[in-house]
Unconditional design. Structure first.
Length: 323
């Protein structure tokens, strides 16, 4: 097997440096698609390569080669994988499979529970008001999806700001943002190197909904004020927010974006809510598409390397079967 088999393991190394610029410079809808796709492609490529290395090392074992009707001599000559590399790859593949499977099962259960809970609310009105003094609001997927808001949040906002809140949550439901977040988080579970991408997806889906609300309200500054007021009201309530796993809310998720660079200052060090407010107080993003093009080229290279490595192993096994 050629060098191409190892390259997909290194492609995710650029995920960290590239995640924040993509989230900040691209239009939020485009940024969400680009970041989610990048997360899935990079994680899938690295996981596939782990499988190829593990399989290539496995067939080097003479007894297994004979059981598969493969020639140990041909396999040894073509040297599809170095055993000291194949063994750790097999261990990592097993760990990835277990961790990702557990996450997937938990997330599927969470979505099913959210859909069931949403269906259990009386009537077909998508708006559900909770008698709760703490300020909170979130969207739950379902048939129909529901916008759940507390009386504390409603008391905090005026009529226009409530309309902005509802427009934000409707955008989450209409665009199925929970699917983007789940896909990116699954990818990050399979490959921790893409976690910065998944964290930015949690931010960009909120920015996507912010821009949708701004389009409905026709006033970006008022949307920024609404986000800020809701954040302050939630902080003053003193209650730990516990969003359902499949839900998305006006304030996003606590700890969705971890700051790892202690040297950052100003907005670079700010959390998601201040970043969103600053973005809303600035003109709507329209540029940066060249970043999406470069990212697409980078992901294409990662896919081609994975395909090349797969084809390489297939040819080796075919020669061993013929030998």
């Amino acid at each position: 097997m050629h060098l191409a088999v190892y390259l997909p393991l290194f492609f995710p190394l650029l995920a960290g440096p590239a995640a924040r610029p993509l989230a900040d410079r691209l239009e939020p809808r485009l940024a969400t698609w680009v970041l989610t796709t990048a997360s899935v492609v990079l994680a899938a490529g690295s996981t596939t390569v782990l499988g190829l290395l593990a399989l290539a090392g496995l067939v080097r074992i003479p007894r297994i080669a004979r059981l598969a009707d493969l020639s140990p001599a041909v396999l040894g000559r073509d040297d599809p994988a170095w055993l000291p590399v194949a063994a750790p790859a097999a261990v990592l593949l097993l760990a990835v499979t277990v961790v990702a499977s557990r996450f997937l099962v938990r997330r599927v259960r969470a979505v099913c529970a959210a859909v069931l809970e949403s269906a259990c609310f009386p009537g077909q009105d998508p708006l559900v008001v909770m008698e709760e003094p703490a300020a909170d609001a979130f969207a739950m997927p379902g048939l129909p999806g529901r916008i759940v808001v507390s009386t504390g949040m409603l008391a905090t906002l005026d009529e226009t700001e409530r309309a902005i809140l509802f427009a934000h949550e409707r955008a989450h439901l209409r665009a199925h943002h929970y699917l983007f977040a789940a896909a990116a988080q699954l990818a990050a579970t399979a490959n921790p190197l893409v976690r910065p991408l998944a964290a930015q997806v949690s931010y960009t889906v909120e920015r996507w909904a912010d821009e949708a609300a701004a389009g409905t309200a026709g006033d970006r500054r008022r949307v920024a004020v609404t986000v800020g007021k809701a954040a302050l009201a939630t902080q003053r309530s003193g209650r730990q927010r516990r969003l359902p796993a499949a839900a998305l809310g006006l304030l996003g998720r606590r700890g969705a974006e971890r700051r790892t660079d202690g040297d950052r200052t100003g907005l670079d060090k700010a959390g998601p809510v201040p970043r969103r407010v600053a973005a809303l107080l600035s003109p709507a993003p329209t540029g940066g598409k060249w970043r999406a093009v470069v990212t697409a080229a980078y992901l294409t290279a990662a896919v081609l390397c994975t395909v090349e490595a797969t084809q390489d192993l297939h040819e080796v096994l075919e020669r061993a079967r013929g030998g």
